[in-house]
Design a binder for this molecule. Structure first.
Ligand SMILES: [Zn+2]
Length: 225
């Protein structure tokens, strides 16, 4: 299989939920302290290792270079933001704000582009794995060129803390094309809503959403239950 990002020979699957997010929620996972994975297709699949288990990795393979050096700064930016959001320094309630200057002092714009590209990578893996009818080339171009995907928006919010994982992607089509797609990436009581919008209509979900083109240092939180 070829890497969906750069076209080279691929051999690795991206963690569906970042390994650091899983470790911070579940602690160390081992044969003595296993984790159980559930989805529509899989029930109670035992996980003995976050690093090695294949069930928690995407089937959409990418190459070693894209999985490590090309996107490592994006991974690190999300890791830092994820830690910040769950550290108690943000009141996780609808209408609360995240002050991005406190998350990434002096580097707000570049680090938030990294966060955006982290979710562009995650979204691309989901599109590829499940054959979702959204043009994948715009996702790989964004990562290769280090530029924002113009149609991918993110909102940040609070969850009820019950689920850690990602949801299915819900799609709304118009004239046979995907007009809007939405899914959630959830770590404990923090939820990220990742959206694709191929239209100019003001979707409810896009209110308070964030995009790298948005000139703001404050992001308003939503509530997802
Ligand atoms: Zn690659």
């Amino acid at each position: 299989m070829l890497c969906w990002i750069c076209g080279n020979t691929a051999g690795t699957g991206e963690h569906k939920l970042k390994a650091s997010d899983m470790r911070s929620e579940f602690g160390s996972v081992s044969q003595k302290n296993p984790l159980y994975y559930n989805s529509k297709l899989h029930k109670n699949v035992r996980i003995n290792s976050i690093k090695k288990s294949s069930i928690i990795k995407s089937n959409a393979l990418i190459c070693e270079n894209c999985n490590t050096s090309r996107t490592s700064q994006d991974d690190r930016a999300w890791e830092a933001m994820s830690e910040y959001l769950r550290s108690g320094r943000v009141c996780l309630k609808r209408g609360s704000t995240i002050n991005l200057q406190k998350v990434f002092p002096g580097k707000t714009k570049s680090r938030m582009l990294n966060v955006h590209l982290y979710f562009v990578k995650q979204f691309g893996c989901v599109i590829k794995e499940f054959g979702i009818p959204i043009e994948i080339n715009n996702f790989s171009d964004a990562i290769l060129n280090r530029t924002p995907h113009p149609k991918v928006f993110i909102s940040f919010g609070a969850s009820n803390g019950i689920l850690t994982g990602s949801t299915d992607v819900e799609i709304a089509s118009l004239n046979g094309k995907c007009a809007f797609a939405t899914w959630f990436y959830v770590v404990g009581n923090v939820a990220i809503n990742i959206m694709y919008s191929n239209e100019n209509l003001k979707r409810q979900g896009l209110i308070n959403s964030w995009h790298p083109s948005t000139v703001t240092k404050q992001i308003k939180l939503a509530t997802y239950i």
